[in-house]
Design a protein. Sequence first.
Length: 369
Amino acid sequence: MAKVELKNIGKVYDGGVRAVENANIVVEDKEFVVLVGPSGCGKSTTLRMVAGLEDITEGELYIDGELMNDVPPKDRNIAMVFQNYALYPHMSVYENMAFGLRIKKVPKDEIDKRVHEAARILDIEKFLDRKPKALSGGQRQRVAVGRAIVRNPKVFLFDEPLSNLDAKLRVQMRAELSDLHLRLNATMIYVTHDQVEAMTMANKIVVMKDGWVQQIGSPLYLYNHPCNKFVAGFIGSPPMNFLTVRVREEGGSFMLDEGSFKIKADPSHVEYLKKYVGKEIFFGIRPEDMVYAKAGTENSFSVKVTVVEPLGADIHLWLTTATQPMVARTEPHHTFKVGDTANFVPRMEKARYFDKDNELAIIPGPDIN
């Protein structure tokens, strides 16, 4: 397999529209890296530049140490799986999987061996004689993946391959692709707008916004140590709560004043909050770190319940302080109704803080991902 390096990669379209800005990404050999971000963030454009389907305007792309900027897609030894499967409707599953090998004039016996091996791995051997129209969406996606596997590429590229599948099948295919990565021991780059896919599948996540790479790291590193407010709000479901608070020093304690309530900062965070005394910052707390409590409990505050979402294993509560919305994830034995007043205590050791002006994290994460 291969290492992929993007050095200061940029993409500028006609009219000066900049889709990707100064991207520096390293995909190590046999790594599963996911590019994630909202629509229009540049993730698919970045993937297409790796594939050779988009010209690189700025920077350098290396695969296995070789400069690839001007190498045609067919000579990059990569295989790409698309969102819409891109299967030939008049060909059988076998013919779809074998087509690329026949173009390369691979011997017939070798083609047959590769196709049947890939079909066995993906559990689609019984469909080899069928046409794509006779298959379900999940089966078609397996065929598209099988077509990539038979090529024995250095790098697999996936462009939102699960977005056309229903929710249950997406969960199943996530697990299958993760297992496939382990079985093939392959280098894979995967694009999605779904942060749940990113969290569950990736060895490393690249979060993008407006063409810029925001942060790169392991799923749990990004979850626990987001470098800015965007990453904190994008990684995690439901997303992190953000409250505008003012930092105050009262009697030796550092208080976060929301306007309708005050809560005391965790002692381990005081060092980082000192320079913000008297200033507004964003206080971030994840829904699972909101603990239901009795009125009067230390550091508790009162909120109004606006929406109740029972999900079986837990309940998502949409709340509002006097002025700001929040979400809490609680255990199902609690009973709430819309309009109720409830009290919660945030786990303050889990809190994150962000500068009001530049939205950067006030508490830095550790250096090791």
